[in-house]
Write a protein that binds this ligand. Sequence first.
Ligand SMILES: Nc1nc2c(ncn2[C@@H]2O[C@H](COP(=O)(O)OP(=O)(O)OP(=O)(O)O)[C@@H](O)[C@H]2O)c(=O)[nH]1
Ligand SMILES: [Mg+2]
Length: 304
Amino acid sequence: MDDTARDTVWERLKQGLARTRDGIRGSLQAAKSGLGPAALERLEEVLLSADIGPEGTAAIVAQVQASLAKKEWDTVESALEAALCNALTGAERAFVLPPSRPAAFLFVGVNGSGKTTTVAKVARLLARGGARPLLAAADTFRAAAIEQLVALGGEVGVEVVAHRPGADPGAVVHDALEHARTAGYDAVLVDTAGRLQTKRPLMEELGKVRRVVERLLGRPPDERLLVVDATVGQNAISQAALFHDAVGLTGLVVTKLDGTARGGAVIPLTRALALPILWIGIGEGLDELEAFRAKEFVRALVRG
Ligand SMILES: Nc1nc2c(ncn2[C@@H]2O[C@H](COP(=O)(O)OP(=O)(O)OP(=O)(O)O)[C@@H](O)[C@H]2O)c(=O)[nH]1
Ligand SMILES: [Mg+2]
């Protein structure tokens, strides 16, 4: 990536996180002259309202206090930045296209979390990197879902394998993998129907899709990604656990970080299941997907 492209990414990230940052910066104003009881309370409140969760907030605040006491940092801002980075240890994993062809990626999540959009964003990213992705419309639940993926595929210039509404999602994935093999595609991106994590038969259907890939490729999908909407708050954690049980997640994509003051949700999410965040979604546009880089993310939250 050249410098101009990097600058644009950084600007987008900053803009996307603006709403979450506003709260944090407000609390830092209050802590300008140190972390007195009132400023401490304000900081706690802000971290909680950013959805960092009670545990994460307590740990971060304790660390900020300890590092200020030890004079490791001379401003609350720097101490907070360090504590947030620390809370995100292990949360970052750079995506690399696995060597086996075709690679297979499964995108799962609750209704409306941003799966279909993310599939198209990732397809564009792969295509720009010189790979040939193929999309599989395994959300056969509604005709509109298939049409949406076909339209997005057109927008990013990527072929879509689709069956009729109501078709078996496993069959769609089967066909897509076979087609990818014969036509020399590098990766198959599987869009699935949104489902409530509490609906057992629907969760079992995801297990079935995973097994179709295993049967054909001799291994499970290379990435099993949960697409989570950052605005849903703490409920996202119980969602993640049940999807993890169903498909054995390899990572997270956190979407809608642009429209929310709750960007801190990434912290409990990644910590709860020790899953890395591969990408974040910071807008509806098909370019508005960024690799998650903990340090940059924190800097955009705290400093902007
Ligand atoms: N602001 C914002 N909107 C997003 C982002 N990602 C997706 N969306 C929007 O969220 C809405 C739902 O996105 P979809 O991709 O259709 O979500 P889905 O998970 O496929 O939905 P279902 O298939 O119905 O479960 C759309 O209006 C998207 O444009 C994001 O990062 N930021
Ligand atoms: Mg969808």
